[in-house]
Ligand binder design. Structure first.
Ligand code: ADP
Ligand code: ZN
Length: 616
C-alpha cells in the first residue's frame, strides 16, 4: 500500500478552494509564512497573492489580520471567503458599534480565521489593545506600495505600520504588492522593516493582456470601433483624464447602445457607489472613469481597459491596464495617443511644484512613457525592461509585435520641421506648420505671407497626417517643445543637434489604421470560448444563466459563485454527479454543497433536452 502524504496547505487548496495546483511561488510563500517567517511577495495583479496569506491564516493558530486600504472591497472579500467556508469578517467605519463588538468578541474567542482591517483602524489604541488579547496567526499588509512616498497611492498610515513589527515581533508579517519598480520595493522593505523577510517575486508580465497603442484621430469613434469589433458584450473600463470627459463619453456610448456609466471623484457618492456596484454585479457594463476608479476593483472578468488619454507614467499604465484579465483569460489594453497628450503631460510636468530632484524623476518617468508609446519594438519588452525585468525576444501579443511598424531615418524630415519652426519665429502651432510644409494655401498662410518662405511646400513627400506624427515624435523626444500659453511650437536646447547635423533621428511610421480594427489582432491569443463546440457553447451560456440567477438570489457578484473558467470546464466535461462535479477547478467542499445540485441538474436537463432535440 502506498501512502501519499498531502500537506495541510495542499489539502486546503484542494478541498476549500477547489484548485488542483499551486501557482508559481504560492507554495513556497505559504510554507515560509506557516513556519513563522516574514515575507515580501511581488506578484502581478491576478497572480494569486490572496492565497499566500489566506491559507497560512487558516493553518496557523489564531486569526490572520489583513491590513488593506480598500474599505469598499472588504465586504466582498469577506463574502468570497464565506463562499468557500472560511470564517472571515472585517472591521471598518461602515460597521455600527454592535457589529464591531460582535467581530471583536469572535476574534477574542478564536472563532475567526481572517479579519480585514483598514490601516487607520488598526493603528488606533483600542484595536491594538484588542490585538494584544487575541491569538494572531499573521499580519498581511496588502497593497504594500501604499507605504511609498514616491508612488501615487501613498497613505500616511502605512508608514506607521512598523508598529506591528515593534509590538508583535513574533507574529509573521507578509507584505504584498503588484507594483514593480525597484525604488518602491526598497522603500517597502525599509519602511516596513522587512530586511529579514523572504522575498518572493514572480516577475511582472501579464501574458494574457494584449497591449495596443494607436495614434489618436477621433478617439471616441476609435473606441467605438474597438468595442464593436472586439468587445460587443464585455465588461471593461475606459479611462479619461477629466471628469467632464468621462460624463460625455459615457453618455455618447450609451446613445450608441452600450451600458456605459461614469465614475469620478466629483460625483455624488451614492451615484458613484451605485455605478461601481452595477459594474461588479452585472455583466456587459462599461465604466468610464478618471483614475479615481480602480484601486480595489477586484472584478476578475474585466475584458478590456481603454485609455482615451495618456496615463501619467508607465507605472500608472501598468497598474490601470492591470485591472483587465485578473482571471488570466485574454484581455485587451487599448490606448489612443496623440500630440495633444504629449503637450498636456509636458505642461503638467513643467507646472509641477515639486523640487528639482523630484522634477527630474518626473521628467524621466514621462520620457519613459513617451518612449513606450513611440517604440517600434515589443511594448511588453519595453514595459518590463522599465521595471528592470529582462524579457526574451518579443511577445507576439502586442500591436508592435503583431504588425511591426516600420521605422525610418527621420533626420531630414526633422530638419525640415525644425526649419519651418525657425523660419516662422516659433510662433505657430502644428496645423499651420504642416500647411507650410505640405504647401497648402490657406487664408492664414496668405495672411502671413508664408507661401513665400523657403520652407513652403518643402515637405510634400509626407501627408499632413504623417507630419502630425513627425511633430508628435519630435516633441516626445524633446527636440521641439510647445508654448504653454499659445500652443505654438518652439525650438529647444537640443534642436541645434539636428540643425547642425550632429544627431540622427529614427522615426516611427505610424501604421495606417485598418477599417476593421480586428484585423490588427491576427495571431493574438484567442478567447478560450473560441475553442468550445457549438453544443458546449450552448451549455456554457445556459450555465451562465443558472449562475446569474443564483448570484441574484444570494446578492453576490456572479463571479463569486463560479468563475467563467469553472463554467467552461463544466460545459466541456459535463459532470453528472457530485464526484465528477468536485473535480472541476474552483469547486471546493462548500461550493459543492451550496451549488452542486443546481448545476448538476441543469447539466443533466441540458443533456436530456439535447438528446430529444436530436431524435426529432
Ligand atoms: P491578486 O491578489 O494577486 O491580484 P488573486 O489572489 O485575486 O490575485 O487571484 C486571482 C485569481 O486567481 C482568483 O480568481 C483566484 O481565485 C485565482 N487563483 C489563485 N491561485 C490559484 C490557483 N493555485 N489555482 C487556480 N486559481 C487560482
Ligand atoms: Zn510584443
Amino acid at each position: 500500500m502506498s501512502i501519499t502524504c498531502i500537506s495541510p496547505a495542499m489539502k486546503i487548496l484542494n478541498e476549500t478552494f477547489g484548485y488542483r495546483n499551486f501557482r508559481s511561488h504560492q507554495r513556497e510563500v505559504i510554507d515560509h509564512v506557516v513556519n513563522g517567517g516574514d515575507a515580501f511577495v511581488l506578484m502581478p495583479t491576478g497572480g494569486g497573492k490572496s492565497l499566500c496569506y489566506q491559507i497560512p491564516s487558516i493553518i496557523r493558530d489564531g486569526v490572520g489580520i489583513v491590513v488593506s486600504p480598500l474599505i469598499a472591497l472588504m465586504q466582498d472579500q469577506v463574502r468570497a471567503m464565506q463562499q468557500v467556508g472560511v470564517k472571515a469578517a472585517f472591521l471598518n467605519s461602515t460597521l455600527n458599534l454592535e457589529e464591531v463588538y460582535d467581530v471583536e468578541h469572535q476574534m477574542q474567542d478564536g472563532e475567526l480565521d481572517l479579519v480585514y482591517i483598514a490601516p487607520e483602524r488598526l493603528l488606533n489604541e483600542r484595536t491594538l489593545w484588542l490585538l494584544n488579547r487575541c491569538k494572531i496567526a499573521l499580519f498581511a499588509i496588502d497593497e504594500a506600495h501604499c507605504v511609498s512616498q514616491w508612488g501615487h497611492d501613498f497613505r500616511e498610515e502605512y508608514l506607521k505600520l512598523s508598529v506591528l513589527h515593534e509590538q508583535f515581533p513574533d507574529i509573521p508579517r507578509i507584505a504584498l504588492t503588484a507594483t514593480a519598480d525597484g525604488p518602491t520595493r526598497r522603500e517597502i522593505i525599509e519602511k516596513l522593516n522587512l530586511e529579514n523577510a523572504g522575498i518572493f517575486s514572480t516577475g511582472f508580465d501579464r501574458p494574457n493582456i494584449s497591449y495596443r497603442i494607436v495614434p489618436k484621430k477621433n478617439p471616441k469613434e476609435q473606441l467605438l470601433r474597438f468595442l464593436e469589433t472586439e468587445h460587443p458584450s464585455d465588461s471593461g473600463i475606459v479611462y479619461c483624464m477629466s471628469r467632464k470627459k468621462t460624463e460625455e463619453t459615457a453618455l455618447w456610448l450609451a446613445q450608441r447602445g452600450r451600458t456605459a456609466l461614469p465614475y469620478h471623484a466629483g460625483m455624488d457618492a451614492t451615484d458613484r457607489q451605485k455605478n461601481q456596484d452595477r459594474f461588479l454585479r452585472e455583466e456587459n457594463i462599461i465604466i468610464v472613469a478618471t483614475i479615481a476608479f480602480g484601486m480595489g476593483i477586484d472584478k476578475p472578468d474585466v475584458r478590456f481597459v481603454a485609455h482615451l488619454d495618456l496615463p501619467k507614467s508607465i507605472e500608472a499604465y501598468y497598474q490601470e491596464t492591470g485591472r483587465a484579465g485578473r482571471d488570466g483569460e485574454p484581455a485587451d489594453a487599448f490606448m489612443t495617443y496623440g500630440l495633444a497628450d504629449v503637450i498636456l503631460l509636458r505642461q503638467l510636468q513643467e507646472k509641477s511644484e515639486a523640487d528639482e530632484k523630484h522634477k527630474k524623476v518626473e521628467r524621466r518617468k514621462l520620457d519613459a512613457l513617451l518612449g513606450l508609446c513611440e517604440t517600434t519594438s515589443c511594448r511588453r519588452k519595453a514595459m518590463l525592461s522599465y521595471f528592470g525585468e529582462e524579457y526574451p525576444d518579443s511577445c507576439g501579443n502586442c500591436d508592435t509585435c503583431l504588425v511591426p511598424p516600420e521605422d525610418m531615418d527621420g533626420t531630414l524630415a526633422a530638419r525640415k520641421a525644425l526649419f519651418a519652426v525657425y523660419m516662422t519665429n516659433q510662433k505657430f502651432g502644428t496645423g499651420h506648420l504642416i500647411s507650410i510644409l505640405t504647401g497648402k494655401m490657406t487664408d492664414r498662410i496668405l495672411q502671413f505671407g508664408h507661401n513665400k518662405i523657403k520652407a513652403f511646400g518643402g515637405g510634400t513627400e509626407f501627408k499632413p497626417d504623417e507630419w502630425g506624427s513627425i511633430f508628435r515624435q519630435l516633441v516626445a523626444m524633446g527636440y521641439l517643445s510647445v508654448d504653454m500659453e499659445h500652443g505654438s511650437i518652439k525650438l529647444t536646447t537640443t534642436s541645434k543637434d539636428i540643425i547642425k547635423g550632429d544627431a540622427q533621428v529614427r522615426l516611427r511610421k505610424d501604421p495606417i489604421p485598418d477599417k476593421k480594427a480586428g484585423s490588427s489582432r491576427k495571431g493574438r491569443r484567442e478567447s478560450e470560448e473560441a475553442y468550445l463546440s457549438p453544443s458546449e457553447k450552448n451549455l456554457f451560456n445556459h450555465l451562465k444563466q443558472v449562475r446569474l440567477a443564483l448570484a441574484k438570489e444570494a446578492e453576490l457578484p456572479a463571479f463569486m459563485v463560479f468563475s467563467d473558467s469553472s463554467l467552461r470546464e463544466m460545459a466541456v466535461t459535463r459532470p453528472k454527479n457530485e464526484v465528477e462535479f468536485s473535480a472541476i477547478s474552483g469547486v471546493g467542499k462548500n461550493k459543492l454543497q451550496r451549488y452542486g445540485d443546481d448545476f448538476i441538474s441543469a447539466i443533466l436537463k441540458f443533456i436530456a433536452d439535447e438528446k430529444s432535440c436530436l431524435k426529432e
